[in-house]
Design a protein around this ligand. Structure first.
Ligand code: AMP
Ligand code: MG
Length: 414
């Protein structure tokens, strides 16, 4: 893999507030795949990213077959009563269709069985009476009824999956159905998660009066796994520049990309941004987004670092909006914009122009409601929500019943 450039996060001078869409274009154009390809069995390939295009080595279905349990014969029949003598053989699913069925006779055939020569039409068993070794039914029945053509689903050589696709359960079915048992996939992207801050204590420990529990790390670990990457717990560091430097050095040898939370602004205790600055490869992305704080993006020993805001709400929103598509690029996957849909609002709100806003939201009774408080420290609202409402950069007044864009967590891939 060609390495990322050290200045891949550089911003043009004089830029103050970058619109969300511009920030996304910048990430999309500057980031590229950083993981090698390897062979993986299809059975183990769920959520893996394809490194090559795949064409079908076999048709599906491979031969014409029957879609129902019934009786097969040649040609359709018109109106009226029909009597067709049965041959002695049966065609169960999986049998080889080698003996031909003589004209004017019918064969017992079960769902999925290939049509033997001399059969192109199947009548449903419920529609016939079997008596004296013959079937009796009332027409009409069309030629080809209840059968599937060879290759009607997939033909040999059809393009069935493209490089960059993250394999779904249905993809595994399709690959298997056409006889693909192995794929060339990207090695999973290893994403390290590091919390910073003197105020943080770890769950299970006693917290002093001024301390808070580390909420971001379990949340980010969970988000990264949901996004299909390998989350690596890099622990917590105090606001101590030397300790942080040592931890980043170690992490750079361990993971493909580092997500930190806290310490990413330009204050005295903001050692993440200070260190990235020191490394000479940092840009503080001021993105016109609420909730959000500047995102410190930089390179540490060749590994991209995403310095997320410490506020859990901002950390989660930034991870979903910017982290998810950026990680997809690094993982060799297609760019993945969030998938939302328009839903009538169960709330009213006025917003100013100049930044995009994301509100913690959920759908109840076909309308989207938003969390009562927009405070970015309110973790309870994240847990209450089932997705985000995205309000555009422009000024907007939302009245109850107006359509707004709702993006469920799954629409971000999480
Ligand atoms: P910072 O970005 O370091 O200025 O932190 C902004 C806010 O987020 C502060 O109120 C921090 O205490 C809080 N914060 C930082 N890291 C975490 C964390 N891991 N879990 C919960 N809150 C955090
Ligand atoms: Mg801090």
């Amino acid at each position: 893999m060609p390495p990322l450039k050290n200045d891949c996060f550089a911003l043009p001078p004089g830029v103050h507030w970058t619109p969300v869409d511009q920030a996304l274009v910048d990430l999309r154009t500057r980031l590229s795949c950083v993981v090698d390809a390897e062979t993986a069995p299809v059975s183990d390939a769920l959520d893996r990213v394809l490194a090559t295009d795949i064409t079908a080595p076999r048709a599906h279905p491979p031969l014409p077959n029957t879609a129902v349990d019934g009786y097969g014969f040649l040609n359709g029949r018109g109106e009226g009563d029909h009597h067709i003598p049965l041959v002695a053989q049966h065609m169960p699913a999986g049998a080889t269709p080698d003996t031909s069925v003589p004209a004017g006779t019918a064969i017992r055939i079960l769902t999925g069985a290939a049509l033997p020569p001399g059969v192109d039409t199947v009548i449903l068993q419920e529609d016939v009476e079997v008596k004296d070794n013959a079937i009796h039914f009332t027409g009409p029945i069309k030629q080809g009824a209840n059968t599937r053509k060879a290759g009607e689903d997939v033909k040999v050589g059809d393009a069935i999956a493209q490089a960059g696709r993250k394999l779904t359960p249905a993809d595994l079915a399709l690959l298997s159905a056409v006889g693909v048992s192995e794929v060339t996939a990207r090695r999973p992207l290893r994403v390290g998660i590091l919390s910073t801050g003197d105020e943080l204590v770890q769950p299970g420990a006693d917290a002093g009066p001024g301390q808070i529990y580390d909420a971001n790390r379990p949340m980010l670990m969970g988000l990264i796994s949901r996004l299909g990457h390998e989350a690596v717990d890099l622990g917590h560091v105090r606001d101590d520049r030397d300790v942080l430097r040592t931890r980043l050095d170690h992490a750079a040898g361990q993971v493909d990309v580092i997500f930190t939370s806290g310490g990413a602004s330009a204050g005295d205790a903001d050692h993440v941004s200070a260190l990235l600055n020191e490394a000479g490869a940092m840009a503080l992305w001021r993105i016109a987004i609420k909730p959000g704080r500047p995102l410190a993006l930089g390179m540490w020993q060749g590994k991209p670092v995403f310095g997320l805001p410490g506020n859990p709400v901002a950390a989660m929103v930034c991870t979903l909006v910017f982290g998810a598509p950026a990680l997809a690029m690094l993982a060799g996957a297609d760019w993945s914009g969030p998938q939302g849909f328009m839903v009538p609002a169960a709330f009213s709100k006025t917003k100013k122009a100049g930044r995009r806003e994301f509100l913690r939201a959920r759908i109840r009774g076909g309308r989207v409601e938003v969390f009562a408080s927009e405070g970015s420290g309110r973790i309870s609202g994240l847990s209450w929500a089932e997705g985000l409402v995205e309000l555009p950069d422009e000024a907007m007044t939302v009245a109850s019943g107006d359509l707004v864009r709702f993006i469920p967590w799954s629409g971000f891939g999480a």
